[in-house]
Write a protein that binds this ligand. Structure first.
Ligand code: ATP
Length: 241
């Protein structure tokens, strides 16, 4: 479904954040991306979602295709229309707007009114709390609820591929578990997911395949089960010796 080939990215023409990265996500697949701070995980998601330029980054080489269609020269809005949506790190919601307005803003990328209505009812099913809080300003939600809203807003454009950047960061354990359940539920609805997570145990349990990025390069790739069993991953990310 998603194919990244030979991707290299720099920031400000100097900092090389990704070097010759290749990976693929099959139809209905979940790919987990592991790696330490600064490894290039967010950069990878930004490259796919067409938002590198907002961060001063640029693609120097490589291609990104979705179902065989090249998207690496398209702008972010057109990539959303192609069905690829990123939930950025830090659950950025419009704090001064209501929950409802945040969701409506997400629907701007929907392919049709019918698709937007379908997406809306699915989001309400997944996140009943957002219905209860619909008239509240987003800034008043808890961290976990804001994360639900950020994911809900992304789902409003009825994506086929969802890019999640550390959705469990800073959340309480119960909420982390809930985020995991939600990702699994989204996947059950047939949406592909690329999941960047510090919480490797959860992320590998949710994924079919996984890659480890190390200073901008893919250092390990395989099935999620293979990576969970790998000595390198166990030592670095799973807290086992
Ligand atoms: P983290 O887990 O800390 O978010 P990451 O794996 O997502 O890390 P990136 O944020 O993609 O890593 O960063 C990869 C490299 O690019 C790092 O060296 C980082 O300092 C650099 N970098 C990231 N964003 C920018 C930016 N906007 N301008 C300049 N350099 C950047």
């Amino acid at each position: 479904m998603l194919e990244v080939a030979g991707l290299s990215v720099t920031y400000g023409g100097a900092v090389q954040a990704l070097r010759d990265v290749s990976l693929r996500v099959p139809e209905r697949g979940v790919l987990t991306v592991l790696g330490s701070n600064g490894a290039g995980k967010s950069t990878l998601l930004r490259a796919v979602s067409g938002t590198l330029d907002r961060h001063g980054g640029q693609r120097d080489a490589g291609t990104i295709t979705v179902d065989g269609t090249a998207i690496h020269r398209r702008d972010a809005a057109s990539i959303v229309r192609a069905g690829v949506v990123q939930v950025p790190e830090g659950r950025r919601v419009f704090g001064h707007l209501t929950v409802d307005d945040n969701l409506r803003a997400g629907a701007a990328g929907a392919r049709s009114r019918a698709a937007a209505a379908r997406a809306r009812s699915r989001v309400e099913e997944l996140f009943p709390i957002l219905v209860t809080r619909s008239r509240q300003r987003a800034a008043l939600l808890s961290g976990g609820e804001q994360q639900m809203l950020a994911i809900g807003r992304a789902l409003m454009s009825d994506p086929r591929l969802l890019l999640l950047d550390e959705p469990s960061l800073g959340l309480a354990p119960l909420m982390i578990q809930r985020v995991g359940e939600i990702v699994a539920e989204i996947h059950r609805h047939g949406v592909c997911v690329v999941l960047v997570e510090q919480n490797a145990t959860m992320a590998l349990a949710l994924a079919d395949t996984a890659v480890v990025l190390d200073v901008g390069q893919v250092s390990l790739a395989g099935s999620a089960a293979e990576l969970a069993a790998s000595e390198q991953v166990r030592q670095l990310y799973l807290g086992h010796g």
